[in-house]
Design a protein around this ligand. Sequence first.
Ligand code: FAD
Length: 540
Amino acid sequence: MTGARRRKFWGWGYEDEQPGRTEAHKTADLVRSVLGFGAEHVRTPPAVADLDLPAPRLAIPGSLAPVMTTDPYQRASHAYGKSYRDVVRGFHGEFPHPPDLVAFPRDENDITAVLDWCQEAGAAVIPYGGGTSVVGGVEPLVDDRYAGTVTLDLGRLDRVLDVDTVSGAALIQAGAALPHADAQLRPHGLTLRHYPQSYELATVGGSVVTRAGGHYATGRTHLDDFVQSLRAVTPAGLWESRRVPASGAGPSPDRMLIGSEGVLGVVTQAWLRVQERPRFRASAALSHATFADGTRAARDIVRSGLQPANCRLLDPGEARLNGAGDGRSALLILGFESAHAGQEALLAQALECARRYGGTPLGDPRISGPDPTDDAESPAPTRPEGQWKDSFQQAPHLRDVMVAADILVETFETAVTWDRFEEFDQRVHRAAEQAAARVCVTATVHRRLTHVYPDGAAVYYTVLAPARRGSEIAQWDDIKAAVSDVIMDAGGTITHHHAVGRDHRPWYDRQRPPLFARALRAAKRELDPHGVLNPGVLIG
Ligand SMILES: Cc1cc2nc3c(=O)[nH]c(=O)nc-3n(C[C@H](O)[C@H](O)[C@H](O)COP(=O)(O)OP(=O)(O)OC[C@H]3O[C@@H](n4cnc5c(N)ncnc54)[C@H](O)[C@@H]3O)c2cc1C
């Protein structure tokens, strides 16, 4: 149940990745020298033995003893997701409402048994994949109508069960962490090719039900587009959809579960479209005088029909922060890849578009393939695109150090159509700067385009500010509310890929049509008549 390598109960990654004191100090010094704020003395997190967890309100029934535990490490580890406010509370040893019990089902029968028992006991069930939610999706915070909470960790359902190489699809269990799923596909020359920043820990099931977005900027990047069929256990019984490449048979049952965030059922396995491993790559980086120029270049690239795997634009501050620029110009990173054909000509077309908006290539393009051993998804770390990628992968680890060094880190991600993009971006950026400055005295706000579509773009804002010890959550709440209000008023979505969870509820409730909310509640009543699944998330 615990495995050889234990995850940190409070932050990102594993216990053996805990930064040593010297290393944490060095990293914090470096961050402070770039940002100009942050505490001189980094603090250390508590040990599990120091935690004062409330006693479990539920007793493990004999029939479920093989799959349930009240172990304090497991309860603490499953108490939060991985947002800034989660890491802060875990780091400070604040665990007022951990799950009473944690279940590790071995198969669908175990899941059914847990759901049945929770309905009888009046307990809420929190489905849990990799626990990387940043929106309160796995936090067992329920009202006192419930006798207690049981977190249902799908980690034991982690296998690729079948591979259809003819159609290019694989049947994968929901609890498989993304790298583990990829490792099992690799011998077939296949990959999920789904790389969110949380790749290391997020699972297949968690990604499906949160409509996760990978780091590919265009084309197939949202999990929605990968799903062929789904199987789920609900309190009302088993749900399995027919596996077909496409269908016009009424509203899609898969679309109902995709994005359902654990409130309608527990997804146990999915047939997902998989892809051949790319062998040809072409990439380049360009500087643009302003973020707006780079945005126009990115828009023209996708509107001209090109589908770069990477088309990421960092504003000048974000580029500098990622070690990929001097802070004076925006950085556009372009990458094309294919399993079948050279990509040089497509990159040349994209560079031509970017030059029309003043894009200046930083060095020569990097062209590689065909090389069956060229598995290196990574450009050289000395190139701007390689520096950005390194820093992108390290970011979750760095955030733990920032929490220890009293630096507040908040991110917002949204999407809006091109016709409104520039005004929208200015309003949201200004709102984030003003809110952070009001709450924290000083702050830096950076942004990047994460996904570009022919009709619009997803933009991701990062707020960095000095945290006040003991007030971090109140600071975070203030900034979050101010910026989310502006996102709504200016016509964006409250989330492009982080999901709704508990944290985005007030704005999601404004965004969705009221009749849709009623239809969704009716569906929940049918599938989950006692309302045990993830109360407070999405609806309810
Ligand atoms: C550092 C960092 C970077 C991130 N980067 C990205 C990114 O690039 N793209 C992106 O899309 N997201 C990103 N996220 C958010 C998060 O990783 C995604 O939402 C991810 O899809 C969650 O997967 P998970 O397996 O960890 O699910 P969890 O966090 O365990 O659960 C998420 C939600 O799904 C429910 N759930 C989980 N598994 C199941 C199941 N089998 N059946 C039913 N319900 C279930 C949970 O109850 C919860 O509501 C990031 C998060 C962090 C901390």
